[in-house]
Design a protein. Structure first.
Length: 397
């Protein structure tokens, strides 16, 4: 394939950075969706978006160079370029995951099933003609706050709508791909299909020895990769070195997990007739670890005390999925309740990435975590979900 010529056109630097962040995160979601459901159409769209990221990266670099005149401005812009480069690396890793599908690499069925039950799951469902969401826009439905699920793509006959916006209207027969917490799936599926959600039991013969060990590692790597990206942008938004150090620690942990999985694959390959059965695992582990590496590239701008250009904060706050920090005051009604009792994912559509308690951080808090007075919650979700969370945490009048 001959290289595509890119023509320069003036673009706003903030808008370019927002689009690169949103596109790279969308690509990760779509890439895992393609792998879980063996969908070549989605995988090909990820590759197309990877080409789009190359174009965005080119325009951003030109815009950055044109905007600097003094050494101080150049120093601030170096942070912008590093964040953009890291977003590009996240996109490249997502493209590698998509190639697992397009190149038909071996991924055990057990892993695909397990990934559907990961910390943030991806679900696919078809809209019934009788569903109450038919004919309504995503702005009207506010599915993120009503169900805790975020629609990342819609298949309509032979056409695809990726990253649908508030004006997108739902039609009967639409196939919705959504991301969210596992507890949100039954609510979302019933709303779309009018039927109760019944998890499918897939019977299969386990032909690989100790496969559970490899599956556990891969699922944990996926969760940690996505957590790394969210925490990295949080560190950037709040200029917080504690969170940035945690991203660094996660990156080191991901390296160890990748080596552990490589050892398992090499041991297992000796006992199976076709090594292609496990080749995809190596590719997936490498891509997940690359996402974590790229997230560390974002956090590194905080750790190296690079003077951050104000446009970075504006871009992180202006993207589709926002990150916010909420301090829990003593009179808040959520004090003393567990995350399971609060059901923040289904009630507000936000996902709690971390809780700061005194000088200690709790990352990926579990459902039994009790919210205390003085806790600081770092969450990600939509602007609507952010508002819902603030209302839930507010003291009663």
């Amino acid at each position: 394939m001959s290289p595509k010529e890119i023509r320069y056109s003036p673009r706003n630097l903030k808008d370019l950075l927002i689009e690169m962040k949103d596109t790279s995160e969308l690509m990760v979601d779509l890439a895992y969706s393609a792998m879980i459901y063996d969908d070549e159409d989605i995988a090909e769209e990820v590759i197309r978006l990877e080409e789009k990221m190359d174009t965005l990266d080119y325009h951003l670099k030109i815009a950055a160079m044109l905007s600097t005149r003094r050494i101080e401005e150049a120093e601030e812009m170096s942070g912008v370029l590093q964040v953009a480069s890291s977003s590009e690396n996240i996109a490249n890793a997502a493209g590698d995951i998509a190639k697992i599908v397009l190149m038909k690499m071996g991924i055990p069925l057990e892993l695909k099933v397990a990934l559907r039950d990961a910390e943030e799951t991806i679900v696919r469902t078809t809209v019934s003609e009788d569903s109450c969401i038919v004919g309504r826009t995503l702005a009207d439905l506010e599915l993120d706050t009503e169900t805790g699920m975020w629609i990342i793509a819609i298949r309509r006959n032979d056409d695809w709508i990726y990253d649908p916006n508030h004006e997108t209207r739902i039609r009967p027969g639409d196939v919705l791909f959504a991301r969210g917490h596992d507890d949100s799936v039954p609510i979302f599926v019933k709303l779309a299909t009018t039927e109760e959600f019944v998890p499918k039991e897939i019977k299969h013969e386990n032909v690989l020895k100790h496969l559970e060990q490899a599956v556990d590692i891969i699922v944990e790597m996926k969760n940690m990769a996505e957590l790394s990206v969210g925490l990295a942008y949080s560190a950037l938004l709040f200029d917080n070195e504690d969170i940035a150090h945690e991203v660094s620690a996660l990156e080191s942990q991901m390296d160890s997990m990748k080596y552990e999985l490589q050892h398992w694959v090499l041991e297992t390959a000796k006992h199976i007739p076709d090594v292609n059965q496990v080749r995809g695992l190596l590719h997936l582990a490498h891509a997940s670890e690359s996402i974590s590496d790229a997230a560390y590239g974002v956090a590194d701008t905080v750790l190296r005390d690079i003077e951050l250009h104000p446009i970075i904060t504006l871009a992180v706050r202006g993207s589709d999925e926002v990150i916010t920090k909420v301090e829990v005051v003593k009179c808040s009604p959520i004090v003393g309740k567990t995350l399971r009792e609060l059901k923040l994912e289904t009630e507000t559509g936000v996902h709690v990435m971390a809780v700061k308690r005194g000088n200690r951080w709790v990352y990926s808090p579990i459902s039994k975590t009790v919210i205390e007075h003085g806790d600081v919650l770092v969450v990600r979700g939509s602007h609507t979900g952010e508002e819902a969370l603030l209302n839930m945490c507010a003291c009663p009048l």
